[in-house]
Design a protein around this ligand. Structure first.
Ligand SMILES: Cc1ncc(COP(=O)(O)O)c(C=O)c1O
Length: 310
């Protein structure tokens, strides 16, 4: 039997998989998915999101992601609870995956996004919003995005927001702070940019959590100025289960330069070793034993756990 091949469409010369997206109550092909220009997300980046991965017929950490989505909405007074009950949201994600599996989409990565909804006229005030929240679940065929042989980092000149400016624990659609850091990384030939907190300690990279290993222990920047990553929590649990001490404290970039190993982690790229920071080689610039163990055990979890699609 020949395997199903999801259709593609052409966008500006790029051949793109025509996955099925959920857009405000409907399942539509990516090539046809649209949203109002008066949507709060388009107008102001006034929304939140979660990046979620499915492995075969299992959606990994689905409840953890959807819970965080509702928490972000609560912090921003986006009335998601009122408009879409939690169980319905879980069903939306499951049905999106089911429909994509049915047309032969592999390596499903989703961006489940909620905005304050559509405005009756332009303007920042939430009292101009006249519809329920917008809910979109974007689906891409996207294997883990980082080079497992090693990623290059630079230190950004931009600081990660502290909670009294815009709490990084709110998983906001508005990512200009991190996008500007990512631009610095790209300009310098790197993959990601390290963002420091206002005191000069490492917070995270523009899109991942950054950790290091030194003398057999994991040394992990605190959660003060970061999105509390679901992958970070799993990594710490795996380390603890293997007798690797986890030390959570303020960490400087020079400590990262002198780490035995460093790695980034997150749903979209899983775990990837860091080979270079600001041009300096980290450890032996190859995936070290702790990074390899954590990657292997993380992969095992993605093969075993998750909410199953029937
Ligand atoms: C800034 C930032 N840090 C870390 C992560 C990784 O979080 P998770 O492991 O929950 O995917 C993300 C994911 O979106 C992120 O945007």
């Amino acid at each position: 039997m020949t395997e199903l091949q999801a259709p593609t469409f052409n966008l500006n010369g790029y051949e793109i998989r025509d996955t099925i997206l959920y857009v405000n109550g409907e399942y539509v092909p990516k090539s046809k998915a649209v949203i109002s220009v008066y949507d709060s997300g388009f107008q102001h980046g006034d929304g939140v999101y979660e990046g979620i991965r499915a492995y075969d017929r299992r959606i990994f950490m689905l409840h953890e992601h959807v819970k965080r989505l509702y928490e972000s909405c609560k912090s921003l007074d986006i009335p998601l609870e009122r408009d879409v009950p939690y169980d319905q949201m879980i069903e939306i994600v499951k049905e999106t995956v089911r429909r994509n599996l049915a047309i032969g989409v592999h390596d499903i990565h989703m961006r489940l996004q909620v905005t304050r909804g559509i405005k009756r006229q332009t303007g920042m005030h939430p009292n101009l919003n006249v519809t329920p929240c917008s809910v979109v679940n974007c689906v891409d065929e996207k294997p883990p995005i980082f080079n497992k042989a090693g990623v290059k980092l630079i230190t950004s000149s931009l600081r990660r927001y502290p909670p009294n400016l815009l709490d990084p624990k709110i998983h906001s659609c508005n990512q200009l702070n991190q996008i500007m850091a990512a631009i610095e990384a790209l300009r310098q030939g790197a993959d990601e940019a390290i963002m420091l907190d206002m005191n000069g300690f490492v917070a995270e990279t523009n899109s991942t959590t950054l950790l290091m290993a030194k003398d057999g222990a994991l040394v992990i920047p605190t959660t003060d100025c970061i999105l509390v990553s679901i992958t970070r929590k799993i990594v710490m649990e795996i380390a603890a289960a293997h007798g690797i001490p986890c030390i959570e404290r303020n960490v400087s970039v020079s400590e990262f330069y002198n780490a035995d190993e460093a790695f980034i982690c997150g749903t979209v790229g899983e775990i990837a070793p860091v080979c270079l920071i600001d041009g300096k080689k980290i450890g032996h610039a190859v995936p070290g034993p702790i990074t390899e163990l954590l990657s292997r055990e993380y992969r095992k979890q993605t093969e075993q756990y998750g909410v199953t699609i029937d």
